[in-house]
Design a protein around this ligand. Sequence first.
Ligand code: FA5
Length: 356
Amino acid sequence: MSELDVLKELESMRMAGLEALAKVENEDALQAWRTAFLGRSAPVMQVFQKLGSYAAEERKEIGQAANEVKVALEGAYAERLSELKERATAAALASESLDVTLPGRPVVQGRLHPDTQMLRELFSVFGEMGFQVYRSREVETDEFNFQLLNFPVGHPARDMQDTYFIEAGERGDNPILLRTHTSPGQIHAMQEAAATNPTNPPPVRIVLPGMAYRYEQTDARHETQFDQIEGLAVGPGITFTNLKATLSDLARRLFGENVRTRFRASYFPFTEPSAEFDIECFLCGGKGCPVCGGGWLEIGGCGMVHPNVLRNGGYDPERYSGFAFGLGPQRIAMLRYGINDIRYFWENDLRFLEQF
Ligand code: FA5
């Protein structure tokens, strides 16, 4: 082939390459194009292989022309490659785009346990009445859970509170136990306050929330683990009337002006006189049902702090008096929300919890 023919041939290789490249639409096709137009057996590469067969002058010109075609095709290839990459990125972004008109995915909402809701309501009502929240330990000694509350060792009233003992061993008459009521907190609170001024201890007005544990036969009103909220007011001249007014006011604030309540004479070793505080059962309208028994639901025990207990707390019963109560927030929540079995509280059944 003459030099002129080869140069024409090279020009048409360039045209053919560029035309074919314009039709390439994806990276696979681009690689196929590269093999066809720039690979080992591509026409332009073969021109290089045959250069040796030309005279020196022709070889130079043909070589230069072939090189120009090769460089032009390589440049066009690189340009097309970056165009295709940009196009692919744009397409990927477009497919990820956010349609702000679509309805959102529902967010699962957590909520407070009904017992927590009830406790918070009680804290707020007692807070308005001037009570502070005081917390004390769930693992107690026999001394604080019983003895300092006027239940000596072997006292029959201990049978009212079947106890989970944790460690007896070397401790003799003072084993460690899970508190059976929040009342030992009364002693801790009084001793702590009295320590600040032993000759003239300051007045105390606290509520003490927390878990209590008893080895109980469970039923609609009884659990082995339940919470209580204890109340204690100690100061000069505190009377049973103050106690009645506090609990009656609590019931009105929780359940409205027309709520019916009653105090029934009772017995606790640590209060004298003592009473049980009942609220008329809304679940049955006072007729009697499995939750209340006889139309009234017992909400708590209460009474005037026994002189021995005041003394054990560091308060002189000649100068100070006090009232105390221990309520069951879960029992109150049962009335508040119409829950007919206390065992639902700790079962963690979402069908129950989601209703609050
Ligand atoms: C006491 O625990 C006394 N410490 C209360 C007290 C405090 C009296 C201060 C006087 C002065 P009682 O065992 O009655 O008393 O329990 C008080 C309340 O706790 C009950 O009215 C009830 O609301 C709740 N309660 C008692 N046992 C259980 C139980 N097993 N399950 C659920 N709630 C209970």
